[in-house]
Ligand binder design. Structure first.
Ligand code: FAD
Length: 582
């Protein structure tokens, strides 16, 4: 390790001494400015130039939905430092020490003379800029469906501060009231909340049969969808938008396969695709499906040209999955910038890859995913086990305690953790990041369960929810817990010989809320005396509020010779369908 640091330092010194290394960076939002800033800290004498075809640079696009909802007053705050200093051309020149040319577009890479032909957007003047190292941080662009033609006054994509600013201005000026969002990915979900908070009526149309289709398994998506509906979002799932109707450049209705929705605001958020044309045209290796191919140092197929951020394909940190994947995230774009700057400066810090972590807020709940969903994991390994845990994020006596539902995906063969999804009002972010860390280091579920996590009542229960979810998985893998997911339970209830549902909650809990099926109610404390009421020739499916007692019931019945006893994972808290309130 010491030798590595020493040799990196010698390399850094060598490049530093040689001076005048010309680094040209194309793209000025996340990856570009990060690369340039780090590079100037490592190689102060390097000539770093960043070009950006737009006029705004270094903004936090992730904050756009929160500006629209009114969390902060000026969109410019997205391109300020925490001290309130604008991150503009003079800032980068004076503070960070690199040159920034805005409204300059890179047209062509000329790899042999090592130049980039650029056009000054306002004057049309073209010139060639030299480079020793070129960095492509050209980002991504919104996928434009065929109906999203140019020139519509009240239809938006949400990519740029101008989009958010003009949307807010028009909402106020035109008193826009009915919004239709096309696409229920995380931007669609965040914007649904933002527009409801602004007082609009919001419908979300999604072609796939669930919300957050790239993000969550169906059972977890059902929980998120239920919350969105409770907050007033009109969800239309499994339906395509086929056209926008209106007059004089204004959309008045959105035509779906089955309905016509009145709209005075339309947001199209059906995905992002990589801006890889510049790389493609210059013969750099790109995926046929889009995205520049890079190695772990973020070098393209031309070692003098680097690429990072939303224009590239990533690889998964898990060696089980080596095929590249497109995961355009601000978090990753910044890390790429650091890897690129390091490598140019002679410091090798290969990027290990992503675990596919994403998080978003939807009103009162947080929704997160890291690693593989059950569906994705099944495509790679048939020996996949899942476990759904529900419970409070703090000890039950702490008034701030809130529910969380955690789904764990693991390999039955290796017991390795493969993925985690979290939905709930409790602190999902902490549990997601613990899981992401564990995944990154290739932990087994047994190891995650053993992590020495902090415990004090204001922060966590003695067994943290993430550890409790892993214990459930361990018990399943060891054959102790015979858990069935709520989705499987729902399916089994439509069979000709459905299982006997055994509700083991207290009479008070039972009176307040029930599953919408015929159930046998025997509180857990009475189960040992009353188990003769249960059939031995049918499956018994025990449950409670979160199914800790459901699991206990299963074990009590097993001990008494009932070998067809199971429990419903997550209990009523994790039940994503309607409940019966007597
Ligand atoms: C609404 C919204 C919410 C988001 N929320 C999150 C979140 O919560 N968490 C998260 O991790 N990520 C989030 N993201 C994603 C994140 O913003 C992006 O991953 C990040 O901005 C990508 O940075 P980038 O530098 O790779 O590319 P971009 O931000 O796409 O910037 C690329 C820049 O390159 C310029 N450019 C392209 N081609 C040329 C050319 N030929 N010449 C000159 N300039 C060129 C473009 O004009 C653009 O300004 C969100 C994005 C949006 C839109």
């Amino acid at each position: 390790m010491k030798g590595f640091i020493q040799s990196s330092f010698i390399e850094l010194k060598r490049i530093h001494m040689s001076g005048n290394l010309r680094v040209l960076i194309v793209g000025g939002v996340a990856c570009g400015p990060k690369t340039a800033s780090r590079l100037k800290r490592l190689l102060p004498r390097a000539e770093v130039t960043l070009i950006e075809r737009g006029s705004v640079i270094s903004y936090g696009a992730c904050g756009l939905p929160y500006y629209v909802e009114g969390m902060f007053p000026q969109v410019e705050m997205l391109s300020e430092t925490p001290a309130g200093i604008p991150r503009n051309v003079p800032f980068f020149e004076k503070v960070k020490g690199f040159k920034t040319l805005t409204r300059v577009e890179a047209l062509r890479i000329n790899r042999l003379p090592k130049t980039v032909t650029v056009k000054h957007v306002d004057t049309g003047v073209e010139e060639d800029l030299f480079y020793d190292k070129l960095v492509l941080a050209t980002g991504g662009q919104a996928v434009k469906p065929p109906f999203a033609h140019e020139g519509l006054q009240n239809a938006w994509f949400m990519r740029h501060p101008h989009d958010a600013e003009s949307m807010v201005r028009e909402i106020e000026k035109q008193k826009l009231r009915k919004a239709v969002i096309v696409g229920a990915g995380y931007i669609g979900v965040e914007m649904a909340e933002a527009l409801i908070r602004r007082g609009l009526e919001v419908s979300v149309v999604e072609a796939r049969p669930q919300v957050l289709p790239q993000f969550l398994d169906e059972d977890m998506a059902l929980l998120a969808a239920r919350h969105l509906k409770q907050k007033g979002v009109h969800l239309i799932l499994g339906e395509n938008v086929v056209g926008l109707e209106g007059r004089e450049g204004r959309v008045t209705q959105v035509q779906t396969e089955n309905s016509l929705l009145p709209a005075d605001l339309v947001l199209i958020s059906v995905g992002v695709c990589p801006n890889d044309q510049l790389a493609r045209d210059s013969g750099l290796d790109c995926s046929p499906r889009g995205g520049i191919l890079i190695n772990s140092n973020c070098q393209t197929s031309d070692s003098e040209i680097y690429a990072g951020g939303d224009c590239v394909l990533n690889h998964h940190a898990d060696p089980m999955e080596r095929s590249p994947l497109y995961a355009p995230m601000g978090s990753t774009s910044n890390k790429h910038g650091r890897v690129i700057a390091n490598h140019i400066a002679g410091i090798s810090t290969p990027y290990k890859g992503i675990t596919g972590t994403g998080i978003c807020r939807a009103f009162d709940i947080t929704i997160g995913r890291t690693g593989f969903t059950e569906k994705q994991a099944m495509e790679l390994d048939s020996q996949v086990e899942t476990a759904i845990w529900a419970g409070p994020d703090l000890p039950h006596y702490v008034p701030q305690s809130k529910p969380l539902i955690i789904k764990v995906v693991a390999s039955r063969r290796s017991r390795k953790l493969l993925g985690v999804q979290v939905v709930g009002m409790g602190d999902a972010s902490k549990r997601l990041d613990i899981s992401s860390t564990a995944l990154f280091f290739g932990a087994t579920v047994d190891e995650v369960a053993d992590l020495d996590l902090g415990y004090a009542p204001p922060y966590a229960p003695p067994i943290d929810p993430v550890a409790a979810a892993m214990h459930l998985m361990v018990n399943k893998l060891d054959g102790l817990a015979a858990g069935i997911s709520p989705r499987e339970c729902m399916r089994r209830m439509s069979e000709s010989a459905p299982p006997v549902l055994l509700d083991v909650r207290t009479p008070e809990e039972y009176a307040a809320m029930q599953l919408p099926f015929h159930v046998l109610h025997i509180p857990l404390g009475a189960l040992r005396e009353r188990m003769h009421e249960l059939p031995r020739d049918r499956d018994i499916l025990a449950f409670c509020k979160v199914s800790m007692r459901g699991y206990e019931a299963q074990r009590i019945l097993n001990a008494a010779g009932f070998d067809r006893a199971f429990f419903m994972e997550g209990g009523l808290v994790g039940w994503p369908y309607d409940l019966h309130v007597p």
